[in-house]
Design a protein. Structure first.
Length: 411
């Protein structure tokens, strides 16, 4: 049983980390000379930063349906090859229209990664483990941003933004070999797990499903009010998260510091996010509470963004400290939030519900990335974008506050 944590989960984590690397390193290229070299305007740069999420939105549910019905393992293998090659190709482009196409295609290729991974986790981890397992998966976001911020800063400073894309895109293709050898779609397919453990785990997971009211199909799941409430929450939450992720390097670069300094400073919020995410998910699994840990984090992040707005551009270090708090608080609830969905929906439809929720999160990410870029370009400072992200997070906190914090077993 322990090999699920020491072998399987690290491979899942690294795979998701590589996906996040190849979508988020665009933020460093944008701050590191790509716009100047390709003659990209502020509005075009905002669209490029956000276009990924449009492709990401459109193919969520088809990808999740394939993963649920056929194979997560095969889907992610082809995804690794696809997003690695597209990320590498970004460093070879000289035309903005081609860049539009690659960013959109990258969103399509990566669209099913998170829903497929969460479907896989629901087949491998019990209800009492799921928030921690999901948190470890989603830790791929802040952990990747942590080391990517430092590495990308050095690569751009030393070699250039093109070389950064090429060097950081190749590992995903090579990692496909490890993924294929280690990952199994279900416990019964895992050669590295003793037969008795496989049977015991599948029996426990099957028993948990008996506690959840049946839902016939995706159409029935999509009519559930809870699903649409979670969709609204994730849309608004993602406005804040990806407005922050995509434009943090550019916000820091406005402070007239080097790309290496931007890299180191960009890493700090994600270091805090790692600790916050582990703490929130551990508490959630121990208490069985999901929503009670989620909405307070949104309010903390909103207050930190509002504080940064009040400080303005003349108090760089105090504003930066508040951005660290905002980043940590936005990432903290991921584990409990995604554990809540399979708590309330049976396994035959939970993957589709996750895809629907995540697809609208992609739209929120598009709004956040595009809106923050436009506001920063129009005003010349990040103040108004801080207000936009704070407002979205307050709205998500209010909605989540009214969600019942009860697992299916207790109902």
């Amino acid at each position: 049983m322990n090999r699920r944590w020491t072998l399987l989960l690290p491979v899942i984590f690294i795979t998701y980390s590589l996906a996040y690397l190849d979508r988020a390193n665009f933020s460093f290229a944008a701050a590191g000379g790509m716009a100047k070299d390709l003659g990209i305007t502020a509005a075009q740069n905002s669209l490029l930063g956000a276009l990924f999420f449009l492709g990401y939105f459109l193919f969520q549910i088809p990808g999740a349906a394939y993963a649920q019905k056929y194979s997560v393992k095969k889907l992610i293998l082809w995804g690794l090859i696809g997003w690695g090659l597209l990320a590498t190709a970004t460093g070879l482009l000289h035309n903005i229209n081609a860049l539009y196409g690659v960013r959109f295609a990258l969103g399509i290729v990566e669209s099913a990664v998170l829903p497929a991974m969460l479907i896989l986790q629901s087949r491998w981890y019990t209800r009492r483990e799921r928030a921690r397992a999901n948190a470890f998966l989603v830790l791929g976001n802040p952990v990747t941003m942590l080391w990517m911020a430092v590495l990308s800063g050095y690569l751009i400073q030393s070699l250039g933004w093109r070389e950064m894309f090429i060097i950081e895109g190749i590992p995903a293709v090579l990692w496909g070999i490890v993924w294929w050898k280690v990952v199994a779609d279900r416990p019964r397919d895992a050669a590295w797990m003793p037969a008795a453990d496989r049977q015991a785990l599948e029996a426990t997971l099957a028993e948990e499903q008996r506690d959840i009211p049946p839902v016939k199909n995706y159409a029935a799941a999509f009519r559930s009010p809870r699903v649409w409430v979670l969709t609204a929450v994730y849309f608004l939450w993602s406005v804040g998260v990806y407005g922050f992720v995509i434009w943090l390097p550019s916000i820091l670069k406005a402070g007239k510091i080097s790309m290496i300094e931007v890299g180191w400073l960009s890493a700090v919020p994600y270091l805090a996010a790692i600790a916050a995410e582990i703490a929130a998910s551990t508490w959630s699994d121990k208490t069985g509470k999901r929503t009670a840990v989620t909405w307070p984090c949104f309010l903390i992040a909103a207050a930190a963004f509002y504080g940064s707005y009040l400080l303005g551009a003349d108090h760089f270090w105090m504003s930066f400290a508040l951005l660290v708090i905002a980043g940590a608080a936005m990432y903290a609830p991921y584990g409990p939030f995604f554990a809540y969905i399979p708590d309330i929906l049976p396994s035959n439809v939970s993957g589709g519900a996750i895809a629907l929720i995540n697809s609208f999160g992609a739209l929120g990410s598009f709004v956040g990335a595009y809106g923050v870029g436009l506001l920063n370009g129009a005003t010349g400072n990040p103040g108004m974008s801080y207000l936009m992200m704070a407002a979205a997070l307050v709205a998500s906190a209010i909605i989540m506050f009214f969600m019942p914090d009860k697992t299916a077993a207790k109902r």
